[in-house]
Design a protein around this ligand. Structure first.
Ligand code: PGA
Length: 252
């Protein structure tokens, strides 16, 4: 038995405007009733707005990305210290959209991970394979490479890992609970080689087409400690159902 607290994180990506996001965050806040930890990661420009609307609630704030640099001539970037100014507690690093659309390699992801940690933020490190890599039976090798780059960069205590098979993101094609559990167990095994305590305490989220109707069966798996939710986090009712499903985790 472990005491990992389930975690559900909303990744709104680049969706919505103030007109749609204000009622979304207000509805989630009003109806949330879960023992799970819940995090909302809005677009950076709305962090202040969402922080204000979450004041006094248990819902935590996260960002979708962070610069690996502390400050300077990096047009368009947002530093970890800036995220701290808005009470961000979490930041997603290495999302597959950042890796593929913005050419973030393992070294950059590791640098972002450590920049977040230095500032006291909890990084949510995303790892996952493409469909071609899965079909070629390279899933573990790819994930191992992505993890090792970060493990080699420094401390990982307190971080969160999100397994997000790229072929399941935004496609409606979810990994089955067994498929996800197999990879989560592999990740935990890799963590164990850096210390048993690390393996037992680090939360591993599943992401990729988690919906209101499949969340409970995914979260019931031994090594799935919650979810990183994209599309379904933009619908208050669906997101609430997913958050409530996380309370039923067997390790609690
Ligand atoms: P999805 O996205 O839930 O829309 O598949 C998940 C993610 O990219 O984090």
């Amino acid at each position: 038995m472990t005491s990992r607290r389930p975690l559900v994180a909303a990744n709104w990506k680049m969706n919505g405007t103030l007109a749609s996001l204000r009622p979304l965050v207000d509805s989630v806040r009003a109806d949330l009733d879960t023992a799970a930890e819940v995090v909302i990661c809005p677009p950076a420009i709305y962090l202040a707005e969402v922080a204000g609307r979450l004041k006094g609630s248990d819902i935590l704030l996260g960002a979708q990305d962070v610069s690996e640099y502390e400050a300077g001539a990096y047009t368009g970037e947002v530093s970890a210290a800036m995220l701290n100014d808005y009470n961000c507690r979490f930041v997603i690093v290495g999302h597959s959209e950042r890796r593929s659309l913005y050419s973030e390699d393992d070294a950059r992801v590791a640098a972002k991970f450590q920049a977040a940690r230095r500032a006291g933020l909890t990084p949510i490190l995303c790892v996952g394979e493409t469909l071609a890599e899965r079909e070629a039976d390279h899933t573990e090798e790819i994930i191992d490479r992505q993890l090792q780059a970060v493990f080699a960069s420094g401390e990982i205590v307190g971080a969160v890992i999100a397994y997000e098979p790229i072929w399941a993101i935004g496609t409606g094609r979810t990994a089955t609970p067994d498929m996800a559990q197999t990879v989560h167990a592999f990740i935990r095994h890799r963590l164990a080689s850096h210390g048993r305590n690390l393996a037992e305490t680090i939360r591993i989220l599943y992401g990729g087409s988690v919906k209101a109707d499949n969340a409970a069966e995914l979260f019931a798996m031994q090594d799935i400690d919650g979810g990183l939710i994209g599309g379904a986090s933009l619908l208050a009712g669906d997101f609430l159902t997913i958050c409530h499903a996380a309370t039923g985790h067997p390790t609690r």
